[in-house]
Design a protein around this ligand. Structure first.
Ligand code: HEM
Length: 199
């Protein structure tokens, strides 16, 4: 492949990435929000909990936590579709766009927790493919599974304002506000704002 990874982007990769993707399944928060907006799919997941891993993959596709991969540099001219990118150019790879590509997915703008195959690029591709994939998947499955098991009736809190936590690299939610309908009580999962913006 003629697109290299300069030393600078390798050095930047891990801290920028882990600064944004923290614990508690946070990187799946947007996906869980999308799920709660689709009550029929919540019901089907409750009826068939073995679909958890497929649901998490769809969260990663539909609401990719990383907007872009780290910057690459072309070492020789590269043709991408109809565009010729000269050598020594920076290239930004839009993972979110790739994951909504009509050539790859029949209905890219529809959440489908049963989508199979689901060849998304949320974890990148090739030599720098994410090293944390098993952990990230496990976190997502545990967070989603525990949420559905713990609250039998959970809906979005319509009165709450959703707070984005976006940067060039990352996309996410500062807080998700849901209601336990059985108790009528709001359950808000929130975090302190980061002290410094992400990359
Ligand atoms: C849902 C959560 C996660 C997503 C969406 C994600 C996504 C990505 C992506 C897209 C890349 C490739 C970046 C590129 O090609 O420039 C990457 C690389 C990487 N990720 Fe993750 N990641 C996640 C969680 C984690 C976790 C939990 C860890 C570690 C505990 C981790 C460690 C790494 C490392 C070390 C690399 C660099 C690999 C390399 O350059 O060879 N990631 N990740």
């Amino acid at each position: 492949m003629a697109i290299s990874c300069p030393e600078t982007s390798c050095w930047n990769r891990l801290p920028a990435h882990l600064g944004g993707i923290r614990d508690d399944g946070e990187c799946h928060r947007n996906g869980i929000l999308a799920l709660l907006r689709n009550p029929a799919q919540v019901a089907s997941l409750r009826a068939e909990p073995s679909g958890l891993s497929s649901a998490v993959e769809e969260f990663l596709r539909f609401e990719s936590p990383l907007n872009i991969a780290t910057t690459r540099v072309t070492t020789v001219p590269v043709r991408i579709g109809e565009v010729e990118v000269p050598a020594d150019e920076f290239v930004m790879i839009a993972l979110v766009a790739a994951n909504r590509d009509l050539h790859q997915f029949d209905e890219p703008d529809r959440l489908n927790i049963a989508l199979n195959p689901n060849a998304h690029l949320a974890f990148g591709h090739g030599i720098h493919y994410c090293l944390g994939v098993p952990l990230a998947r496990l976190e997502g499955e545990i967070a989603l599974g525990r949420l559905l098991a713990r609250f039998e009736t959970i809906t979005l809190d319509d009165t709450a304002t959703l707070q984005d936590r976006n940067s060039t690299l990352m996309r996410g939610l500062q807080a998700t506000s849901v209601v336990d309908a059985a108790r009528g009580a709001p359950l808000t999962s929130a975090r302190q704002a980061p002290t410094a913006p992400h990359a």
